[in-house]
Write a protein that binds this ligand. Sequence first.
Ligand SMILES: NC(=O)c1ccc[n+]([C@@H]2O[C@H](COP(=O)([O-])OP(=O)(O)OC[C@H]3O[C@@H](n4cnc5c(N)ncnc54)[C@H](O)[C@@H]3O)[C@@H](O)[C@H]2O)c1
Length: 245
Amino acid sequence: MGRLQDKVAVITGGASGIGAATARLFVSEGAKVVLVDLNEEKGKAFETELKTLNKEALFIKANITSEEEVVNIFKQTVEAFGKVDIVFNNAGIGRVQPSHELEYSEWRNTVNVDLDGVFLVARESIREMLKTGGGTIVNTASMYGLVGSPGSAAYNAAKGGVVNLTRSLALEYAEKNIRVNALCPGFIDTPIIPEESKQVLAAATPMKRLGQAEEMAKGVLFLASDDSSFMTGNTLTVDGGYTAQ
Ligand SMILES: NC(=O)c1ccc[n+]([C@@H]2O[C@H](COP(=O)([O-])OP(=O)(O)OC[C@H]3O[C@@H](n4cnc5c(N)ncnc54)[C@H](O)[C@@H]3O)[C@@H](O)[C@H]2O)c1
């Protein structure tokens, strides 16, 4: 029996990077996965790949900044699999730019995806989990939700917001059997990191390498499963030592 046997897991940003690695680990532990992403081509191809391996998977194209589309993710999930046990609230964007050059529209766009979108997905998750008696939510924040850095003020502000949103929702629903925790990754080798930055970011990490998406997935599995049954409102930092500096 897998650690997530027959659990239904919604994974936003599920077509790529940390979300995709987590989907692979979750299905290997017996979960049915709903892959949510803006990227239809990658999402569809991944759904097909998992189905070919005899895993239960459904791709839903949705933008987490659209309230209507987020509501629809959960409607479609319940129609397909009957319930929602786990939500990996992970889709996000990031960009480095000096703050004095940051257009307000770019600030808004980052906060819209990285904080507002995370709230919308969390709210709909909770609405569904209240109907079935509970569940677990793992929000992807970042080590930059815990410490500052130059050049990504909007991202860092949004991720700091995700950390405290996690604590607040955890407290609000602790007695309803809904656990809410956050993963705080360091620099991870996924498409969100530009190729030309990889060497510099690896050098800035005490372990002198980038993390792998699979190393994040193991943390997510811990937070999503009963292995962390007495954890809520916590952050799990997986950053090769970066925030210990
Ligand atoms: N890679 C890192 O170094 C790192 C570090 C800390 C935190 N994170 C966070 O991890 C999460 C996953 O990122 P990743 O590294 O796997 O990057 P990624 O770019 O490989 O994956 C992100 C996915 O989210 C999807 N997405 C973006 N905006 C969306 C939207 N509005 N609606 C639906 N889907 C959307 C993208 O299409 C993409 O498939 C993000 O929240 C990111 O901020 C990443």
